[in-house]
Design a protein around this ligand. Structure first.
Ligand code: SAM
Ligand code: SF4
Length: 326
């Protein structure tokens, strides 16, 4: 079988598929002015997604994360989950959501075949949550998190973007929460994009501070879990939950890169940063184009660079992560 392996021996079994770039939140680090509809965009249809996934699955993709924008804003979200989970070769379907529709729809997504959920909860203080996201719905999102555990999702993770001056004093609140909850909390270092340079300079906080704190307090780092990708994961005997740290500015972050991305309009992105993507859309409308599609994906992968060069200040081309799917 053909495999997605790049020139640096990295294997790509994980696809992040964006299905919309629209969002109803105004996260201060992502879309502070809300989603701006510039032109009417045609997002990938269910049929195009089906064709795309067949090709990726035949190239060895095993896990798909559906993202956006806010993926659950699409009316056909459950149907998309079902298409992906029924694609031969795909073993795991996950999504990342802001939690707006989670309480209402967790059961529906589970029934459609979703295996895992990441919910963004950038603060456990309702006022700070409101300040960061522009939405005064902290309780509703937390009810959604509980609902996802209750309906039976084996894996519920929480994403929190670390921000000096916003949530840097929340660590103890988070730790108390995961003491009795089997949740993996993932702290993500704020990343600089084209649109957020000033915000980044003011609020970026290194994940190393959290790492030092955890190691001092009896947490130990798990080793060798390749499917966690670039996250460093920590456990503690007294805690049911785990902590993951995603530190894109750390040395060697890109060494364990295991993911490719496809945008909501069908562009293949080899990295979140620094490239404009390869258009796949003309090969998605017809199932007979599958071999040509596979060849194009393989050819594109041979151009994947060894690093995102973020450490060198590279932010090139990505206005915000909602645009290509964070
Ligand atoms: N709307 C969904 C959500 O917020 O969970 C999915 C899309 S969002 C772009 C995916 C993830 O990227 C979220 O966890 C979000 O917090 C994170 N993210 C967005 N912009 C970021 C940035 N500049 N730096 C770090 N993480 C970011
Ligand atoms: Fe929307 Fe997610 Fe961006 Fe927040 S991080 S504005 S929820 S796309």
């Amino acid at each position: 079988m053909q495999q997605l392996i790049d020139n640096f021996d990295r294997k790509f079994e994980y696809l992040r598929l964006s299905i919309t770039d629209e969002c109803n939140f105004k996260c201060n680090y992502c879309l502070p002015d809300g989603y701006q509809r510039t032109q009417k965009k045609q997002f990938l249809s269910e049929f195009e997604i089906e064709n795309l996934l067949r090709a990726f699955a035949e190239l060895g993709t095993k896990k798909v994360r559906i993202t956006g924008g806010e993926p659950s804003l699409r009316k056909d979200f459950s149907s998309i989950i079902s298409i992906i989970s029924n694609t031969k070769g795909i073993q795991k379907v996950a999504t990342t959501t802001n939690g707006f529709n989670l309480f209402k729809q967790a059961q529906q997504w589970f029934d459609a075949g979703l295996d895992a959920i990441n919910v963004s909860v950038d603060s456990l203080d309702p006022k700070t949550f409101h300040l960061i996201t522009g939405k005064n719905i902290f309780q509703k999102v937390m009810q959604g998190v509980s609902a996802s555990v209750e309906v039976g999702f084996k894996q519920v993770k929480i994403n929190s973007v670390l921000m000096k001056g916003f949530n840097d004093t929340d660590l103890n609140l988070y730790l108390d929460w995961i003491k009795e909850q089997p949740i993996q909390l993932r702290f993500i270092e704020l990343m600089q994009t084209d649109d957020n340079a000033d915000f980044f300079n003011k609020h970026h906080l290194s994940g190393n501070l959290i790492k030092e704190n955890l190691l001092k307090n009896g947490w130990t780092q798990k080793v060798g879990l390749s499917h966690d990708g670039p996250a460093q994961v920590f456990t503690h005997i007294d805690y049911q939950g785990e902590i993951g740290l995603i530190m894109p500015y750390s040395k060697d972050f890109c060494k364990s890169c295991n993911r490719l991305r496809v945008s909501s309009t069908g562009r293949l992105h080899l990295c979140l940063f620094g490239e404009e993507g390869v258009d796949l859309r003309d090969l998605l409308a017809c199932e007979n184009d599958k071999e040509a599609l596979k060849s194009r994906i393989l050819a594109a992968l041979s151009n994947k660079k060894v690093s995102h060069y973020l450490q060198q200040g590279e932010v090139g081309g990505t206005p915000h992560l909602a645009s290509i799917g964070g």
